[in-house]
Design a protein around this ligand. Structure first.
Ligand code: C2E
Ligand code: MG
Ligand code: MG
Ligand code: MG
Length: 294
């Protein structure tokens, strides 16, 4: 009925107004300006092969290089970028910089193995009027860069089960991108989508890695995730590895890769390139496993 429609409409606009009201207009303006002034910067953090100590790939992490505040972390502006729609422009900027960095990195690699940099993409960047079409075509104009990149998505995106998302993820993989499921274990962890979507990597969330040495429950969870993923042919990356003891446990549990402050913090481009150049000659230290029994 009209009345019902009216009420529904009221509720709809009411929610919308509320959503808009959480947006800080000044912040949106500043963020837009930051894009124009090229203050949207990217730091890079190596992801290390636990068996060889080689840098396998790296993650691109956005930073706002603010003239007064210094590097502003994503938690302070990504939610606003998502709400305001600026996330699309920011995502494209990150992509563009990550591609350039990957090209430079591959220029210094001595073993001929192609290195990739992974970029994070919010669910918001898959929805909206054209979903991921815009940045998929942006990638195409960057000239065959998809095989230099990896995509980090979260469980929330897959949960929506949207046919368009499924198709776009397929398209991105067909173009040569690999896909990593980020923050694994913190969301809904419906294991059914590991079967339904083609996923190359699972990133075990930092919260499980944190107490892996002291907490048998966390260790059991991590070992189960690893065992399951290996059977599905999915590679594992542990996030937030800060100590040698954590790395040793992860290696013993057959985790493939590790990322964390133990190896390096996210670094500005030039520092990162110097880091990987040095790592080309001298692999990073990795745990040595003695008499490991499964
Ligand atoms: P994430 O994708 O899970 O990224 C990992 C976060 O853990 C990063 O925080 C990184 O700096 C931090 N980290 C890495 N190693 C360690 C460690 O050993 N210990 C601790 N305590 N932390 C560690 P950051 O850079 O603040 O990024 C936070 C989140 O912001 C990311 O989580 C990601 O969800 C989002 N994000 C970052 N860059 C982008 C982007 O370009 N686009 C979008 N849409 N989201 C992004
Ligand atoms: Mg990530
Ligand atoms: Mg993560
Ligand atoms: Mg995380």
């Amino acid at each position: 009925t009209a009345k019902r429609t009216g009420r529904n409409q009221f509720v709809f606009f009411g929610n919308d107004a509320q959503r808009v009201s959480v947006l800080d207009g000044g912040m949106v303006h500043d963020l837009r300006l930051a894009l124009e002034l090229d203050q949207i910067d990217v730091h890079y953090q190596p992801i290390v092969d636990l068996a060889t100590g080689r840098v396998h790939k790296a993650e691109a992490l956005v930073r706002w290089k603010h003239p007064q505040k210094g590097y502003v972390p994503p938690v302070e502006f990504i939610p606003i970028a998502e709400e305001s729609g600026l996330i699309h422009a920011i995502g494209n900027r990150v992509l563009q910089k990550a591609v350039q960095t990957t090209r430079e990195w591959n220029g210094v690699c001595v073993d001929g193995v192609l290195r990739r940099i992974s970029v994070n993409r919010s669910p918001r960047e898959f929805y909206g009027y054209d979903g991921a079409d815009d940045w998929i075509s942006h990638m195409n104009t960057q000239g065959g860069c998809a095989n230099m990149l990896s995509l980090e998505i979260t469980e929330g995106l897959l949960l929506s089960d949207h046919p368009k998302v499924l198709a776009q993820l397929k398209q991105l993989r067909a173009m040569g991108m690999t896909v990593a499921l980020d923050d694994f274990g913190t969301g809904y962890s419906s294991l059914s989508y590991l079967k339904k979507f083609d996923i190359d990597y699972i990133k075990i969330d930092r919260s499980f890695v944190l107490d892996i040495v002291d907490d048998p429950a966390d260790r059991a969870i991590v070992e189960s995730i690893i065992a399951m993923s290996r059977k599905l042919g999915i590679k594992l990356i542990a996030e937030g590895v800060e100590t040698q003891a954590q790395a040793a446990l992860l290696a013993a549990a057959h985790c493939d890769f590790a990322q964390g402050y133990l190896y390096a913090r996210p670094m500005p481009q030039q520092e990162f390139l110097a880091f990987v150049r040095a790592a080309e000659n001298t692999p990073l230290s990795v745990p040595v496993l003695f008499n490991h029994v499964n």
